[in-house]
Design a protein around this ligand. Sequence first.
Ligand SMILES: Nc1ncnc2c1ncn2[C@@H]1O[C@H](COP(=O)(O)OP(=O)(O)OP(=O)(O)O)[C@@H](O)[C@H]1O
Length: 264
Amino acid sequence: MLISTASLAAPFPPLFPAIAAASSARGSLTDSPAIESRNVSYSITNRRGKFLPILKNCSISVPHGQLWMLLGPNGCGKSTLLKVLAGLLNPTEGKVHVNGSCSFVFQNPDHQVVMPTVEADVAFGLGKYDLSQDEVRSRVSNALKSVGMADYSQRPIQTLSGGQKQRVAIAGALAESCKVLLLDELTTFLDEYDQMGVVNAVKNCVAGPGDVAALWVTHRLEELKYANGAIYMEEGRIMIHGDASSVAKFLKDKQSEYIKHFNF
Ligand SMILES: Nc1ncnc2c1ncn2[C@@H]1O[C@H](COP(=O)(O)OP(=O)(O)OP(=O)(O)O)[C@@H](O)[C@H]1O
């Protein structure tokens, strides 16, 4: 099952003009980015009454039709930022704009596939729309094709691997014509084969006609090579935001414990 949200606010003037220009040059649906946050901060007050800033002045922009990675050490605020973008948490300060319907896919695939078969699970979210049987069948079939699972439609969900369940969850979002995928550490517990299945499924979605944008939280730095762009965070702040090769260079030059730990 997926959490889907609609657009959260009106679009802003371009935050990163070069990225906006590149996006519109490849024929995106609109000139405004798919995902944008402006000076977003998020704080909580813990049970002892202590004020804890978690996100500090975060500004990001992800164009339509692109896959971006969100990187950073444990506890730097990646999942919190994703939840703010999904509308699951309200920012304490700043603004968020998500252009089109948005789906959040969680790390644990067992938390989001709920129906007995693949086909039934992908169709599950369509129940809230007034669609004909043919339209449901066609959407489910196209979504399963996009994630490379067309041959699995009748398979019982419990016979799938973790990566295949992730792909079914992504197909559910696509069937609902989702424009933005927010993906939280999908491949952490997957073996290399399953990891590549999920990477290819997401790449296929962003390259497809729907102009879907994906923002993917990962600790697997080798996944950067599949991304158009990346955002690296530390202690609640955005340290760098740009094309994937510039961010990869920044991380290599930085030689931080984070990079050494992940053997990048
Ligand atoms: N409800 C909460 N109460 C207290 N602290 C919180 C709460 N939510 C998040 N935090 C803290 O905020 C910080 C950021 O958490 P978040 O889960 O966003 O980090 P992350 O970068 O996704 O970490 P990881 O890579 O380990 O998943 C952490 O120190 C976390 O303990």
